[in-house]
Design a protein around this ligand. Structure first.
Ligand code: ZN
Length: 164
């Protein structure tokens, strides 16, 4: 197991569409473990393949709510319902947060690490994470969708003021 190196906004791998996973072997399980470790080290709630430089349709999730972290392979959001406007951030766009419109509830179809087809209903934060990570696999970053003027920056990381 190993911590993988993160890729950041500006890296072209983040803008490419990841490819379907067709082989469900021990290497895939090892990759998922590495991604979970990397996500934990960075205190993230999700991490997608592109964020460690891999064009594979896999992401991992941990909401730190007492449930085990898990891996999602070949995800497709098949239903969306309602709306929420969370403050969102991304490990690949550090120290920045902004409001974004997300569905309140989604249904996600995916495969687990054994290749079994699954369907999961999610709402609130989990729905947000499913949308954010599925976007990553399609080369989309949350900063593409933020509500203008809602950007916030961590202390010391304010956007440069170009008006002066
Ligand atoms: Zn992200």
């Amino acid at each position: 197991m190993a911590i993988r190196k993160l890729r950041f906004n500006g890296d072209e791998v983040l803008r490419k569409r990841a490819k379907e996973i067709t082989v469900f072997d021990d290497k895939l399980k090892e990759l998922a473990q590495d991604m979970i470790e990397t996500m934990h080290k960075e205190n993230g709630v999700g991490l997608a393949g592109q964020q460690i430089g891999l064009l594979k349709r896999i992401f991992v999730v941990d909401l730190y709510d007492g449930n085990e972290p898990f891996a999602v392979i070949n995800p497709v959001i098949v239903k969306e319902k309602g709306e929420q406007v969370p403050d969102e951030g991304c490990l690949s766009v550090p120290n920045q947060f902004a409001k974004i419109k997300r569905p309140k509830e989604v249904v996600l179809e995916y495969q687990d690490l054994e290749g079994n087809h699954k369907k999961m209903k999610a709402k609130d934060l989990l729905a947000e994470v499913f949308c954010h990570e599925t976007d990553h696999l399609n080369g989309i970053l949350y900063i593409d969708k933020i509500i203008p003027g809602t950007e916030e920056y961590a202390a010391g990381f304010e956007k440069p003021d170009n008006t002066k």
